[in-house]
Design a protein around this ligand. Structure first.
Ligand SMILES: [Fe+2]
Ligand SMILES: [Fe+2]
Length: 264
């Protein structure tokens, strides 16, 4: 089976490109499942209910978030009720949302996704390793096809988690930095890894925000609205091929698709 995991969707430009590209990619790449990190969809921070519905309608099956998860409070009711979206599994048990997102394909195969936040330069969260252990124990009798979105700043944190989980999950894929890394690989016996999938949004920017605004604040410390940029919109992610019976990944391919390359 083939799973596409899309990196952080930023703002309306990112959402619009996903809506155009995903129906085409599903066919063109023969995808069975599409996962997306949508923590920056709402003007760069959070996800609205309308955007959640639009992404789902476009063919995004499962949605992860990150440190910006609750920036739009309206998403909390969706996080509490919908199986297709999850919170980071190492958030406190009291925080709204489910520890995993899952779906069952027409052939009866279940696919599950969970995310964890890293602990370097992030808010203090519970241990990501033990949080993964807890969710994996819950999933073990249900499915071997498990994708972990590691939402973290530090490259070492992401590598550590991948080595901790190799052989137990199908893929460990990084998000949050908005900069794609060229280190996609399979860790034996079959866990796909990429340190960061990159951003789906405007690349003529500072991580998705207007260059002039971010630069001005960097120079004079006076706050400016970090509006989402507009130019050079691209979709970034990775396609992972997985054996349905064992859950082992056999290949991973990084993708970066400029808006102009998507057929209209
Ligand atoms: Fe992000
Ligand atoms: Fe983030």
């Amino acid at each position: 089976m083939r799973i596409l995991h899309i990196g952080d969707i930023v703002g309306t430009p990112g959402v619009n490109l996903v809506r155009r590209a995903v129906p085409w990619l599903r066919q063109h790449e023969r995808l069975d499942v599409v996962v997306a990190n949508a923590e920056n969809a709402a003007s760069g921070s959070g996800l609205t209910v309308k955007q959640f519905r639009r992404l789902r309608e476009a063919g995004v099956d499962l949605i992860t978030l990150g440190d910006h998860i609750y920036k739009k409070a309206e998403i909390i009711s969706v996080l509490e009720s919908d199986d297709r979206i999850c919170k980071p599994a190492n958030f406190p048990p009291e925080s709204p949302g489910k520890n995993l997102a899952c779906m069952t394909l027409p052939n009866g195969v279940m696919v599950a996704v969970l995310s964890v936040l890293g602990r370097t330069y992030m808010r203090p969260v519970d241990c990501p390793f033990h949080a993964c252990d807890r969710v994996l124990a819950q999933l073990r009798p249900l499915t071997p096809i498990i994708v972990v979105d590691v939402h973290a700043e530090a490259t070492a944190d992401k590598y550590l988690l991948a080595h901790y989980l190799k052989g137990r999950v199908s893929a460990v894929l990084g998000t949050h930095t908005h900069v794609p890394t060229a280190d996609e690989q399979i860790f034996p016996p079959g866990t796909a890894f990429q340190c960061d999938l990159g951003m789906t949004g405007p690349y003529d920017s500072i991580l998705g925000r207007r260059i002039d605004r971010v630069l001005s604040t960097a120079l004079n410390f006076a706050p400016t609205p970090f509006d989402v940029a507009e130019g050079d919109v691209r979709l970034a992610g990775a396609i992972v091929e997985i054996e349905s019976t064992t859950g082992r990944a056999t290949s991973i391919r990084r993708i970066m698709i400029p808006e102009a390359d998507v057929p209209t």
